[in-house]
Design a protein around this ligand. Structure first.
Ligand SMILES: Nc1ncnc2c1ncn2[C@@H]1O[C@H](COP(=O)(O)OP(=O)(O)O)[C@@H](O)[C@H]1O
Ligand SMILES: [Mg+2]
Length: 328
């Protein structure tokens, strides 16, 4: 309606302009100039109201296209553990963070979701195997070890089966791993993310309210570049970045106790400063972290008195502190 009136006005204006050349009387020109001005003002009004209408419609369409963020039933806070790169220690950090949160405050209930649908590692790290039972409400019951309920794609497919899915299938799998699970009441759900800044990261950030992201990086430039991308992606989708964990920051020789910064010393700290985010802690490169992880006996539970376990518990305290700061 608005558009047809606008084009009709344009026609009138064009018609009038066509006749101006033939007119030589001053009053005719003045008269038509007034009409032209009125036409142009009216058309401007129509144009701008049309643009505003279009913008509003576009906004509504886009809002319809985006999934609505719906909290997970019974889950208070979701913490995602992410990194731009694979192999920097995300899953190891996620597992020990979940155990650290629980060790620091045994009254808190903590769950662990493996969102790395292509390369699930939570079953191995948490020493869990088997298929989840299904409740009467048709929800999957998480498998539990060390007091932590866990859910992973690895419980649903054969250990060696390749997962060859594309975007939409992955998003639907993530949706099921999030919502078709009987999580019970959790204070924290720690989510071990796949590497990168792709569909899964976006899907999770847009589907559920995420309290904050922990970004894991080694101190070397190549990992930091991706860590920066990760941090910026979360900022774009309005997920607070709780801070960086600088993993494998220092190696201490078990024989001579000499310390070596294999991946550099302070890369993640420097980047955190540049981006204005916190450093939640440093985790040393330590043989027992790797060995115990491979055995499904994470250091926080298998050697709670070790400095490595303490480092993870300190990260867990820093995360809780950051969440509390953000809540105020
Ligand atoms: N601080 C560490 N010290 C020793 N080994 C580590 C440390 N962090 C991770 N690892 C080892 O590095 C490898 C990759 O870690 P992982 O947590 O699977 O990384 P990601 O999830 O980022 O791919 C694993 O073998 C793990 O045991
Ligand atoms: Mg992993």
């Amino acid at each position: 309606m608005a558009f047809s009136t606008y084009s009709r006005l344009l026609h009138v204006c064009k018609f009038l302009l066509g006749n101006v050349n033939t007119a030589n009387s001053t009053s005719w020109v003045r008269h038509n100039f007034r009409i032209l001005t009125a036409c142009s003002n009216a058309s401007m009004r129509f144009k701008s109201s049309g643009a505003a209408d279009r913008q509003e419609k576009q906004k509504q369409l886009m809002a319809r296209g985006l999934p609505k963020q719906k909290p997970l039933a019974g889950v208070k806070q979701v913490i995602v553990v992410a990194s731009g790169k694979g192999g920097v220690g995300k899953s190891t950090t996620a597992v020990n963070l979940a155990l650290g949160l629980s060790a620091n405050d045994p009254d808190k209930t903590v769950g662990l979701l493996d969102a790395d649908v292509y390369g699930p590692s939570i079953p191995k790290l948490m020493n869990l195997k088997g298929n989840p039972e299904v409740t009467e409400k048709n929800l999957m019951r998480p498998l539990v070890n060390f007091g932590i309920p866990c859910m992973s794609m690895g419980f649903l497919v054969e250990e060696t089966a390749p997962i060859v899915w594309r975007g939409l299938m992955v998003m639907s799998a993530i949706e099921k791993l999030l919502r078709q699970v009987d999580w019970g009441n959790l204070d924290y759900l720690v989510v071990d993310m796949p590497p990168g800044t792709g569909d899964v990261q976006l899907s999770i950030s847009q589907n559920i309210p995420v309290s904050g992201a922990v970004i894991v990086s080694t101190p070397q430039d190549i990992a930091l570049l991706d860590a920066r991308r990760g941090a910026e992606m979360f900022r774009k989708v309005n997920v607070p970045v709780l801070g960086f964990v600088q993993n494998m920051s220092v190696f201490q020789c078990p024989n001579c106790q000499h310390q070596t910064h294999i991946f550099g010393a302070d890369g993640a700290r420097d980047l955190a400063r540049t981006l204005g985010v916190e450093v939640l802690g440093d985790i040393p490169l330590h043989l027992s972290i790797r060995e115990m992880s491979d055995k499904g006996q994470p250091v926080v539970v298998s050697s709670p008195d070790s400095p490595e376990a303490e480092a993870y518990r300190n990260v867990a305290s820093a995360v809780v502190q950051r969440l509390a700061d953000l809540a105020h």
